[in-house]
Design a protein around this ligand. Structure first.
Ligand SMILES: [Zn+2]
Ligand SMILES: [Zn+2]
Length: 351
C-alpha cells in the first residue's frame, strides 16, 4: 500500500509499505479522509519524536477486515477513529484528566512502525484498546464529517473546562478552524462570542457561525473595543487559539475577576512570559490549559457533527490526495487568508 512516511524533520516520503496484518481482536480500516492536525505538524517539523512513523490521527474510513474474535463491527462499516483512549480507572482517569493517563498516551492505530495514527496511509490497523473510540458514521454523513469528530471533541472538552454560563462574554482569539469550532459550540450554548483574527475572511465566517462581535486582532484600540462591546458585564473568559504570548497577557488584563483564560495552542515547550501572579491569586483569574480529547464527550460530539449543528463542511477548505500529503502539511502549517482545515482525502481521484 501507499503510505506517507515521516523520515525526519520536514521529510515526508510517499513509500510502499505492506498492508498491516491484523490480529484476532483487531480491525483493518481503509482510510478515506484524514485531517491535518497542528499537533502532528509540530512533531513533523521539529522532530520531537524519532522517525520512521506514519502520522495522521483525524481518520475516517471503512472497515475492510475484522479479526476472528471481533464483535460489534463488520466489514463495510464506515467509521471515525480515535487513536487515544484512556483506561478509565487509573489515578488520572478518576480525576477526569484523561490526557495524562498512561494508556491514553499510547496510540492504538498504526499503518506500520511505532504507532502514530497512520491516517496518511491507505490502510490502518486498529488495536482493541481504542475500540471504545470507534464511531460508526451514519449513512447520510460524510467521511469528512467523521474525520472532524476528534478536533471538535478537543474543542468541546476545552469549553467544559471553563464552566461558563449562558450569556457570558467569551473572547475567542484566533478563528482558524479550531477558533471557529469554539465560536460555534459556544454560540450553541448561548454564550456571547467576541471573535478576533487578522484575516477578515475568517471573521466573516465567525459571524456566520454565531460570533456577535468581530475584532481585528491588530487593531491598536483592541482592548478598548473589547471593553466597549462587553459593557458593564465585562469579559468572562478568553480562549487563546493561537500561540501568541502577548494575547495571553492581554487576556489576563481584559477578563473580569474570577474570569478564565484557556490556553489551547501553546503546545511548544519552553515558552515563558511574565504574568501578574496577583491577578491569579487575588483577582481569581484562572489560567487553564486543555489538551487533546475526552472520550466521555464523544457521543455528544458525534450528535453535534452528524446533525449538522456543528457544521464542518465550510471549515474544510482544502483537500489533497495522499501523494500530496507534504503539500497539505505545508499549507496547514502556513495558513493563507482563504485556508482553514486541510485534509488528505483519498476518495479524490487523480489529483
Ligand atoms: Zn488532532
Ligand atoms: Zn487512566
Amino acid at each position: 500500500m501507499q503510505a506517507v512516511v515521516y523520515r525526519g524533520p520536514r521529510d515526508l516520503r510517499l513509500e510502499t509499505l505492506p498492508v498491516p496484518r491484523i490480529g484476532p481482536n483487531e480491525l483493518l480500516v481503509k482510510v478515506a479522509v484524514c485531517g491535518v492536525c497542528p499537533t502532528d505538524i509540530k512533531k513533523m517539523h521539529y522532530g520531537t519524536v524519532p522517525p520512521p512513523r506514519v502520522f495522521g490521527h483525524e481518520t475516517a474510513g471503512t472497515i475492510v477486515r475484522t479479526g476472528a474474535r471481533v464483535r460489534g463491527f463488520a466489514v463495510g462499516d464506515r467509521v471515525a477513529l480515535h487513536h487515544h483512549i484512556p483506561c478509565m480507572h487509573c489515578h488520572f482517569c478518576r480525576h477526569q484528566a484523561f490526557a495524562q493517563c498512561l494508556t491514553y498516551k499510547r496510540t492504538g492505530i498504526t499503518a506500520g512502525f511505532e504507532p502514530a495514527g497512520g491516517g496518511y496511509a491507505e490502510y490502518v490497523r486498529v488495536l482493541p484498546f481504542v475500540f471504545p473510540g470507534v464511531i460508526k458514521i451514519p449513512a447520510r454523513n460524510t467521511f469528512q464529517e467523521g474525520a472532524m469528530l476528534e478536533p471538535v471533541n478537543t474543542v468541546l472538552k476545552g469549553i467544559r473546562r471553563l464552566n461558563l454560563l449562558p450569556g457570558d462574554n467569551v473572547l475567542v482569539v484566533g478563528v482558524g478552524p479550531i477558533g471557529l469550532m469554539f465560536t460555534r459550540l459556544l454560540a450553541l450554548e448561548k454564550m456571547r462570542v467576541l471573535a478576533s483574527d487578522l484575516f477578515p475572511s475568517r471573521l466573516r465566517l465567525a459571524k456566520k457561525l454565531g460570533a456577535k462581535v468581530l475584532l481585528q486582532a491588530n487593531d491598536p484600540k483592541f482592548a478598548e473595543a473589547v471593553r466597549r462591546s462587553t459593557g458593564k458585564q465585562g469579559l468572562d473568559a478568553a480562549i487563546i487559539c493561537a500561540p501568541v504570548d502577548a494575547a495571553v497577557q492581554q487576556a489576563q488584563e481584559l477578563v473580569n475577576g474570577a474570569g478564565k483564560i484557556l490556553l489551547f495552542a501553546h503546545t511548544k515547550r519552553g515558552a515563558k512570559m511574565p504574568i501578574d501572579l496577583a491577578a491569579i491569586c487575588a483577582d481569581e483569574k484562572d489560567l487553564i490549559g486543555s489538551y487533546s480529547a475526552d472520550v466521555t464527550l464523544q457521543k455528544e460530539v458525534a450528535r453535534l457533527v452528524f446533525s449538522g449543528r456543528m457544521p464542518v463542511r465550510e471549515l474544510i477548505t482544502h483537500r489533497f490526495s495522499l501523494a500530496q500529503t507534504a503539500a497539505a502539511v505545508d499549507l496547514a502549517a502556513q495558513p493563507t487568508p482563504d485556508s482553514l482545515k486541510v485534509v488528505v482525502d483519498q476518495t479524490l481521484s487523480g489529483r
